[in-house]
Structures are given as structure tokens and as C-alpha cells.
Design a protein around this ligand. Structure first.
Ligand code: ZN
Length: 167
């Protein structure tokens, strides 16, 4: 399911030998020496990518990490002004990726998201915390959600998985 992670290669004169890979904003960033050829690089990238994805899949985001990330996004996109009661993963959310009940401040995310790429998870967090401000899917709501720059890409990812099922 993660095979479509986009890869970005950054070559550097200063880097001599090692090639590194990390996940950032839903992309795999590869840093490689200038001198290495594409042919040499290809198997190294494949290997690093496999390792990264394995790691991403066996370490799902915990509820504690989720809560911390949601607060971080609150600070980044709302100057920390949003308030909620709880945000957590639930296992019984069979058809939806997330839901928010503004009246009680309870946000629930499908635990399938815990192992999805970070940018997809962040989008669903953003979507749900925006419902604290706009309880509907109006233009005003989407204008808020779109403060998160990877919204379109994340929606595409979810649509490719099934349909975007999120409230
Ligand atoms: Zn919604």
C-alpha cells in the first residue's frame, strides 16, 4: 500500500560516500554524493526505501504521539487556539477515517491511519480539528483545511485506497 511514496533525490558535493534516506512530509528524501551514478544509486535507494517502509509499518503512531502531533498542528495552523477534549485512535471505526464531535470535543481516528504515511495522517488530523471551527464541509471549512499544504495529495492517496471516507 505504500509503494507510491514519492522519492526525492538530493545530491551533494560535500557528501563523499554515504547515502541516507528519511521520510519527510510524505516523501522519501534521499541524500547522495554528487559522484555516484544513477545506476549505482538505484539498488541502494531500493534497499533504504524497503527498510524505511518496514520501519514505518511496524511502529504505528501511538495515541500519545497523535495527541502531540495534533497540538503541533494546532500551533502551526491556528496559533494554538483550538481546544478539544480528546483525540485518539479507535479500532471500531470501520468505514470512516476520522470523526469529530464538536459539541463534546471528541476526535477519533481510524487506527488504520496509524501506519499510513505521515502526510496522510496529518491531513486527517487537520480535517478533524478544522471541524472544531466549522462543523460542516463548506467552502470556509475547506479553506481552513487547505492551510495544510499537502491536503490535495493526501486526499488523492485516500481516494486511491478506497473512497475518501471521512466526516
Ligand atoms: Zn469532515
Amino acid at each position: 500500500m505504500d509503494k507510491e511514496w514519492p522519492v526525492e533525490i538530493i545530491r551533494s558535493e560535500r557528501r563523499r560516500k554515504s547515502v541516507s534516506a528519511k521520510l519527510k512530509d510524505g516523501r522519501i528524501i534521499i541524500r547522495a554524493p554528487q559522484a555516484i551514478s544513477d545506476e549505482e544509486l538505484e539498488p541502494i535507494i531500493a534497499n533504504l526505501k524497503a527498510k524505511l517502509l518496514r520501519k514505518a509499518q511496524i511502529t504505528p503512531q501511538t495515541n500519545q504521539q497523535l495527541a502531540a502531533r495534533a497540538q503541533e498542528m494546532n500551533r502551526d495552523y491556528f496559533d494554538g487556539k483550538l481546544r478539544w477534549h480528546s483525540i485518539k485512535y479507535v479500532t471500531n471505526q470501520n468505514t470512516l477515517y476520522g470523526s469529530c464531535t464538536p459539541s463534546t470535543g471528541k476526535i477519533r481516528l481510524n487506527d488504520r491511519l496509524a501506519t499510513m504515511p505521515e502526510f496522510v495522517r496529518d491531513y486527517v488530523i487537520m480535517h478533524e480539528i478544522c471541524h472544531l471551527v466549522e462543523a460542516n464541509h463548506s467552502d470556509r471549512f475547506w479553506a481552513l483545511v487547505n492551510r495544510y499544504p499537502l491536503t490535495e495529495r493526501a486526499r488523492g492517496y485516500l481516494m486511491a485506497l478506497s473512497l475518501e471516507q471521512i466526516e
